[in-house]
Structure formats: structure tokens, C-alpha cells
Design a protein around this ligand. Sequence first.
Ligand SMILES: Cc1cc2nc3c(=O)[nH]c(=O)nc-3n(C[C@H](O)[C@H](O)[C@H](O)COP(=O)(O)OP(=O)(O)OC[C@H]3O[C@@H](n4cnc5c(N)ncnc54)[C@H](O)[C@@H]3O)c2cc1C
Ligand code: FES
Length: 528
Amino acid sequence: MKTPDNTSAPLPVNDNITSGENLSVWFAEVNRSISYESLTSDIDTDILVIGGGISGLTTAYCLAKVGRKVVLVEDGFIGSGESGRTTAHITYVLGERYFELEKIYDEPTAQLAADSHAEAIEWIANTVKLNNIDCHFKRVDGYLFLHPSDTKETLEKEYEATKRAGLATEMLNAVPGIEAEDGKWCIKFPNQAQFHILLYLKGLAEAFKQLGGKIYTQTKAENITKDGATVNGFAVKANHIVVATNTPINDWVTIHTKQWPYRTYVVGAKVPKGKLPYALWWDTGDKGSKWVSQPYHYVRLAEYDDQHDILIAGGEDHRTGQADEEGIKEEDRYTKLIAWTKKRFPSVEDVVFQWSGQVMEPVDSMAYIGKNPGDDNIYIITGHSGNGMTHGTLGGIMITDIITGKDNPWIEMYSPSRITLKTTSDYLQEVGNMVAQYGDWFAGTDLKKVEDLKPGEGGIMSSGFKKITVYCDEENNLHTCTAVCPHLGAILQWNADEKTFDCPMHGSRFNTEGKALNGPTTSDLKKL
Ligand SMILES: Cc1cc2nc3c(=O)[nH]c(=O)nc-3n(C[C@H](O)[C@H](O)[C@H](O)COP(=O)(O)OP(=O)(O)OC[C@H]3O[C@@H](n4cnc5c(N)ncnc54)[C@H](O)[C@@H]3O)c2cc1C
Ligand code: FES
């Protein structure tokens, strides 16, 4: 793998191929956007899939494979959403512990969840083989070890629960590859997997096209109804519409009160080949965190060049747009992450990549896959948490089964309409957090006058009763828009790391000129 100029320097910033300023390690090998033609006329199809990440592409491929006529539209390029920013652990180690799933649901459901993720891993392995996708797919072991704020009891309870869920886990008294003192005990999860996500998506897109599927990139869908959608201004009529946009676009309020956006950070550091095994590592998460979804660290190795691998370490999450509430700005989270990584993996050398991304955390730990609440032929795949590789794959398998009327044991468990009473306190805390964001209408702003901005900087300013986004570009021109989120009216926050304006409510994000990068909204900000 090489960076575009064949040096080990970080990649050039925003090439307009992803939803922020920083590029992930995956773009180093793929280098340019994975693109197809754009839509330029009205069309009719059986199934319209919106979104060219792992969820949308897997769904499109599965449906084409059973002979359906499928069109996939993507407003950026293949993988230009969160799939291009992932760390691509493919695992049945979930963000929530299995003993917690037993409490929120019950033992059989925890077992069903384990089965579903294990089958998703198997499905990816088979698909890679069937289509000869060269994406560095490999089976690796995974190790869950203690965060310093946690106790061994957590691992013991989890070990017992994984056994009840039918998993072939082992308790070890050292963590392979980790030297620091807090890596004493761990649970080994054998036969997990990893790959290069963009090479995988590229292979899947080609396989879908060979089955007769159509892909349109730089093609934006809006105004979704049961008859189809408006796409690049043209009418696309469809019998079924699958919304695989990470968080559903449109104002479907029900789903936006069941999941919350978190930002998470990643660094990639060179490590001499052979120093570390290819494996996945996670800690059990920060028990002292103020966030409902307690941030954990996640680490893996990826091929880089002849002498080096890249150690990819992630974590330091916070609710989107609320980094300041912990007194650590977005851009400073990398410093913490690098220190954490160097302590546990002292063989790492230069840090050559850093980027962040957004994950949707469901209130009750499971993704939402199935019919959008209240709709019969509109489907959503969302709420992936940190398990979007398997959840996105399950989305493709399950939506295909629902559309074709095939029995599937996981449909009820992942239903977007499910009600889980046992998570009431987390729900109330997150909803309280959401409502509190409206307080920003009356709060002061960080930026007092535009003269304080240097080229490349932005912020939110008050002007009378109005709040406005201000960005000063490299040529010293100011760009100003309303800072009111077009979704449901929260005040946006400046993210100096990715150079975006982020909504603290449901995670809509905008570039420096007000263009919508992430849903739920599809509307750009009004320019002032
Ligand atoms: C830093 C980070 C690390 C992660 N690590 C892991 C991991 O190790 N393992 C794991 O399993 N998961 C991980 N995840 C989660 C996982 O990456 C995501 O859940 C998953 O990639 C989401 O895939 P998706 O296809 O649903 O969404 P996306 O990949 O975001 O795809 C949605 C697509 O829809 C497009 N779109 C949006 N609006 C429109 C519109 N109006 N019209 C047309 N197209 C539109 C977007 O451009 C985008 O390309 C991680 C996430 C992050 C951010
Ligand atoms: S994303 Fe819902 S109010 Fe901004």
C-alpha cells in the first residue's frame, strides 16, 4: 500500500471523496474515488437502493443475485460515507457485552445475535471467495481486555455469557501483542476477520454490475415516498425503496429518537512487519465516561508496504458536536489516542494517518434493519454502532429475505419498530441530552467577531437573534450560512478537525460552504 505520492507522508486533505477533511488509510491504496456515471433521466425499477456503503452495496448485490432489477444511487462515491472511514474489524464481539444483551433482551436473543454476526462473517468470507475479491481478507483472532476503569468480574461475566451464546471463547491471562500492565486478562474470540473495506466494496460493486445491477454515483436521492424518490431532480419509480444512508434521510422522527450520533477517532502508525500479529483488540470501555455509550479502544493491523504494517487504533468517542463538554476538542483527541496506543504497542513508529467518523448508537444495542416504522415498502438499515461491517451485511441478507418473503430468524430482533422497555434510563438520558441542545439558541457563541478567524478556521457567531456559521477560506474569503440545522432546528457546532459544521442533535453534518454531508437532512444550509 502506498500513499499517492509514494511517500509515507499523510494523504492530501479533502479531495471531495469523503465526508470530512481527513482521509482514512483505505484511500491510500484505492487512491481515487470509486465512481460510476450519474443519473440523468427518469427511470423505473423494481428496487431502489439509496447509499453506496457496505449496507447498500450488500443489499443491492443480494437482491440482484436472486434475480431482482436493482438500481443503487449514491450521492458521493462508493465508500465515501462512514464505510470509507471504518477500521473494518469483522467480528461478533459487539459494542454491548453479551451479559448485557441477556439483561436487555434474554438469553435466546443474545444467542441469536451471536449467530447472526457469525453468519455475517461467514457470508463475507464466501462472497470474497465466490467473486475473487482481492481485499486482504483474512481470518484473525480477537482479544477483549480490561479498560483500567473496569474489573476482572466484567470479563468473567462476559466469558460465561459468550459460552451460553455458543461461542468458542477462551479466557487468557495475558493479551497477545500488548505489553502494558492493564492488559493482563482477556477473552480470546477465535476466527474473527478483517479486510480492506474499499477494495471489498469495489469488488462487491463489480459483482453487482455483473449480475445486471445499475450504479449511479454523484447522484442524490430526496423526497422518498412509497412510489420512489426524486434523484438528481429526476423521478425514480420503484416498488421497494431501501434507505441505506447510515442514518436514514428524511424527517422520520421515530427512528431519530431511538439512536444517537457519536464521533470516534482513529490513528494509523507504522510498525515493522512481523513485530505484531494480525489480530483485533478491544478494551472493555471507560466506565467513568459521561456518555451513555461508553467509549472503548479498538485496534487492528493492516498491510502497508514491504517493511511495514499499519497499526490502526481507534476510540476517544463523544456525542457529535459535544466534544467541548469533556473539555477536549475534536482535534486534541488524537493526542490522547496516540499516547494510549504507544503505551500498549511500543513498537509503533510514525503516525501517518488520522481521521474521525460517525457511528449511530441504538438505544438498545441492536441495529435497526427492516421496514421503516409505518411503511410497507420502505426499508432502513441503521443503528450499526461499532459493528457496521456485520450489521451492514446482515442488512443486505435480511432486507432481501423480507422482500422475497423468505423466513429469517433475525427479523423480529432487528425490527426498527421494536420496543425495548429495559433501556428506559439510557433512553431518557439521551433524549434529555437532545432536548438540551435547543438551549444553544440562547447560549453565547465561541466566535465573537469574524476578525478572530485565520484562513482555514471556522466557528458559530451570534448576529442579533440569529446564529450563523462562518468559515474563512485559504484566500481569506468568508463563507456564512444560517447555523440552524434544517432537520429539526438545533444549532450547529464547528468541528475544527474535519472542518465541518456538525449537528449535536441527530448528527447531520455540513461542509464549510453549507453543503449537507450526512443525514438525516438532505438540505444544504441557507447561505447568508
Ligand atoms: C472510525 C470508525 C471506525 C469503525 N470501525 C468499525 C469496525 O471496526 N467494524 C465494524 O463493523 N464497524 C465499524 N464502524 C462502523 C461502520 O463503519 C459503519 O457502521 C458502516 O460503515 C456503515 O455503513 P453504511 O453502508 O450503513 O453507511 P455509509 O457507509 O455511511 O453509507 C451510506 C452512503 O449513503 C450515501 N448517502 C447519504 N445520503 C444520500 C442521499 N441523499 N442520496 C444518495 N446517497 C446518499 C452516503 O454518501 C454514503 O456513502 C466504524 C465506524 C467509524 C466511523
Ligand atoms: S440532525 Fe436533527 S436537528 Fe440536526
